[in-house]
Structures are given as C-alpha cells and as structure tokens.
Write a protein that binds this ligand. Sequence first.
Ligand code: EAX
Length: 322
Amino acid sequence: MLKRLVIGCVLALGVAAQAGAAELKLGYSLAPTSHYGVGATAMAEDLARRTNGKWTIKQFPANALGGEREMVEGAQIGTVDLVVTSTGPVGNFVPDTLVTDVPFLFRDLKHAHAVLDGPIGQRILDEFPKHGLIALAWGENGFRNLTNSKRPVRTPEDAKGLKVRTMENQVHMTAFRTIGVLPTPMAFPELFTALQQGTVDGQENPIGVILSAKFPQVQKYLTLTQHVYSPALIILSPAIWEKLGAEEKAAFKEAAKVGAAAMRRKAAEDAQNGVEELRKQGMEVVTDLDRKAFEEALKPAFAEYAKKFGQAKIDEIRNYKD
Ligand code: EAX
C-alpha cells in the first residue's frame, strides 16, 4: 500500500517535472566540502547552464539518502536520480566494474585516468544499461590507505589479525583475507560508530575521505599503503535518462564530465595536502610501506583474480598506454 503510494507520488512528480524545470536528487556519502561535493556542485552548475536552467540538482550529502548500495538501488528503481559513488558496492550490480577494484592495478593517477577515460573505461560504462543503470562518467575517490587504532603497519605481518572494515566488495575482501586481515564488509554510514566502539580496528580510504569523515577522532595510525585505486562513478537513474532527448543526453554526459574533472582535482589536492593535516589532527603516519612484501603476500589473491577476470583482462589494464 505504502509502496504503491510512494510509486504514485514519484510518478506524479515525474509528470510535473516534464512540464517545466526539474530538480534532480543527487546523493553521496561524504560532506559537501569533499571531492564528491565539489564534483556535484561543478556538475550542477554546468548542467543548469547547458540546459538553460531546465535541469537543476539538489544535493543530499553525508548519506542522507542511505549508503552507496542503497543509493544505487534507488537509482535503479527511480527513487534517487543521481548518485556519486565509489565502485565499492557497484560490482554487485554491474560485475564488469569489479576488475577496477584489483589492488596494485594502477601505477598512478595518470594511468588510472588514461584507462578509465579510454576504450576500456567506456566499455565498462556501456555495460550499465544492461543492469538498469546509466553511468554518465568516471569520477574519482582516490588511492586508498589503511588506518587502524592498534599499531603502526609497515609490513603484512603488522597487518595480520587486524579487523578491518572493507567495502561491500568481494575483490577487496579477497585481498585482505589473503594477507591475514579479518575483512568486515560494512556500509560506510555505519563505519564511524564501528571504529569508535571498536567493532573493527581499522578501515581504508583515500586521504580526502579520511579527512572528510573525521576518522582521526577514532583512528591513531595511518599507513600510506595506496593499495588500491578507488574510482568513483556518476550514476543516473534510467527513469530520468528515458525522458531525455538526444541533445539533453549529451548535456548530461558533458556536465558529468565537468563534475568528474572537478572531483579529480579536489581528490588530488586532498591527497597532496591532507596527510599533513591528518598529522596535525594527531595521526601517526607510516610512509615507508614494504610494498614488495605486500605484493608478495597478495600472490594467492592475484591468482584468484586471474581466474575470475582472466589474466589478459588484468594485463590489458596494467600495461595500458595512452
Ligand atoms: O565513496 O565506502 C567507502 O569506503 C567509500 O570509499 C566512501 O563511502 C566514499
């Protein structure tokens, strides 16, 4: 009954929206000042400009529309119009994104951008409509780093036995399990409390997220592991996409690209300047990770990924040259 009522309201709103200007609901998991917020604002301004004010965007930051998995579900059924999300839970909807979550796959930002903005990235974006979603552009979350409340981590041995929250992502969980960490998948909105109460010892995220989510309040140790590049996606509900003419579709894609570029700039800026700020906020930072030892310890995981994705697919990304 309630569901029908909600669907009825959504349909009514949709009809009203078609008549004139329309406000889109855009959700994300971080604060408005974060890279997601900066990206969303840049996209909103650009979209309004390109469509002469017809399409405006209202932002719902800080998990106001739920966790990332819930927001993507919302986009599928049309209760959420736009989502800026990490790829974390997206592989559960569009399995082709999962290969991007393999650790130590991208050398640096330049490599990641070249792959995602090139034919490989486009091929993945093209998969979304088959799963009831539209992906407008690749944005950025950034290289992820491990934090914990127990001890400085430099080697896989140091990490062993820690209980670490991971995203709801099988590829990440496999990696952590392989090095002897106890991976605990959990939606982002629950994470701060879980760290505070000691339900988990640690978590991993890009510098911008660690700052924005105020994790120094509940985590003492940061290691610059850079163990995996975390792309973001700007996702649109097919319920909106289907209403757009060809010109408007192009405008949405272009605006998303502008938003993604702003997101990347802010994420890179945070990665550059944020570590110092985290130190100021009391974190002890390990900068000399024994990366070789981690890559060695991850070998069984890499064998699993090769089985899952095919070594050729992984190598295609790893060896990609612009
Ligand atoms: O997208 O869940 C996570 O750790 C994500 O990196 C975070 O929500 C930003």
